[in-house]
Design a protein around this ligand. Structure first.
Ligand code: HEM
Length: 132
């Protein structure tokens, strides 16, 4: 299996449980008061659904899909729009890894490294669009 297939399978094992997205935001917000305050007025039920497809965008882009949806995330998260500073993405990735450890029963040190490698290019596109 290719790396992007391994990640796709891993996400499939983890994301069918609604608790995955609840835990993700608990972990993510627990890492930073700044992050917590960004979601203070957010309908988190809606947001969890949006994250489900957001992560899928990262995985599908790694599997060869065009970068249209990644660039839309880059635009919405940019300085001119939601103003999500590039350094927050490492916090986001750490929260994702911790959530995957909890919910993918086959998660491992190797799979964590594979995930990081597979999603890095898409995340870099989003970060590099901060200033547009
Ligand atoms: C690659 C990682 C990320 C993905 C896939 C992602 C995905 C999404 C998606 C799909 C939305 C819905 C709006 C839209 O489609 O643009 C959204 C909104 C949002 N994201 Fe992200 N996001 C990421 C990283 C981050 C980071 C690092 C932060 C901040 C620390 C952040 C903060 C927010 C906020 C504040 C909203 C708006 C919430 C609201 O509507 O009140 N995101 N994100």
């Amino acid at each position: 299996m290719t790396n992007s297939e391994l990640v796709f399978q891993s996400y499939g094992r983890a994301c069918h449980k609604p608790a995955f997205f609840e835990d993700f935001y608990t972990i993510f917000m627990g890492k930073s008061d700044d992050v917590r305050s960004m979601f203070k007025d957010t309908n988190m039920e809606t947001q969890r659904g949006l994250l489900r497809s957001g992560i899928l965008c990262l995985v599908m882009h790694a599997r060869g899909m065009p970068d249209t949806k990644i660039r839309a995330l880059g635009d919405s998260h940019s300085k001119a729009n939601m103003d999500i500073k590039p350094e927050y993405y490492s916090v986001w990735v750490e929260a994702l890894m911790e959530t995957l450890y909890r919910h993918d029963t086959e998660f491992s040190f190797e799979l964590e490294a594979t995930w990081r490698e597979v999603i890095r290019p898409s995340i870099e596109i989003i970060q590099n669009m901060y200033e547009q």
